[in-house]
Design a protein around this ligand. Sequence first.
Ligand SMILES: *Cc1c(COP(=O)(O)O)cnc(C)c1O
Length: 382
Amino acid sequence: MGDIQFTDLERQQARIRKALDSAIARVLDHGHYIMGPEVAELEERLCEFTGAKYCVSCASGTDALLMPLMAWELKPEDMVFVPPFTFFATAEMPALLGAQIRFVDIDPQTFNMRADTLESAIQAAAGDRNIRGAVIPVDLFGQPCRYEDILPIAKKYGLRVLEDAAQAFGSTRFDKHACNLGADAAATSFFPVKPLGCYGDGGAIFTNNEELAEKLRSIRVHGKGLDKYDNVRLGVNGRLDTLQAAILLAKMEVFPEEIASRNCVARWYAEFLGQSQDMQLPTVDEGNTSVWAQYCVLLPPGARDRVVEHMKKAAIPVNIYYPKPIHMLEAFAHLAHRAEDFPVALEISRRILALPMRPYLEKHEVEYIASILIDAVNKSGK
Ligand SMILES: *Cc1c(COP(=O)(O)O)cnc(C)c1O
């Protein structure tokens, strides 16, 4: 058995190396490194893929969260509701703009934000006062939230919705694509190991609102007006590189097949790990398809340290997403939360383990990883 990597981009690259080489060569030949023709072409392709009307590519998934919040002119007294179990940037960007962060506990099956806990959090935060702000549901580990439940709650309280689809690009809910599920805007990331990744940082924002799309294009280039020396608002340098756009165009050619392969890997894991009663395996919510950004199992309480040790000894790379829920991170210490304030996020952060997941894993590798994991879990109980 060769070395198993957590995510190996080498096998993907071997498959599409020729297309990548010629895409990169084309950019070197035309030399438009900033906002070259590949950027507009990619945005068009991403619109076709998702069904969203407008796509504004940008420099990272983090910028894709920041820029819509800037466009909405978030103010310090505004409240932004986020799950405590996500990558830091989901809470970091609204906090950076000075908004008050309110956490909403997650669903124990999908790990996504729930509509009922969202409504309780809004009521606890606002009472009968009118509030302004936004909700940022996260499509964690590859599958969408239940937007048909979340959107009406946000609307009822006058809050905007920004879908954080950084881990779920390519997934669907009731046959509609992530990034086009009814939110006011959606953000995704093309960080190399996301389901659709480039070879550096990159991201994109989606919306069906023309005015917002125009504002985002301005914010992307320092708040440009008619030209970049006519600044009409504050913005950022948030452009996607032409080279990264060219790489993404080449990768999009194999992306649908890669999604199918990831689903195949997930089915193999379920088949082999299903023999053990001691783990909770990930499920796909009814109405969803997943792109399996991660394949995460829940271990028996207290077992994780020993299981991780065992996996390391067997040279199987595993990861923990996320070891600390955001309400317990030092950066949010000023909110003075107790660990138990969000009990589901806390419990899951203590028991979760991510296994190697990528389209190019082979069945015998999945079987091997599963057998070592089952063995590790059995031993950890004794
Ligand atoms: C990766 C990620 C981001 C940030 O994306 P970058 O491209 O790394 O800036 C935001 N939210 C979630 C949920 C992510 O997984």
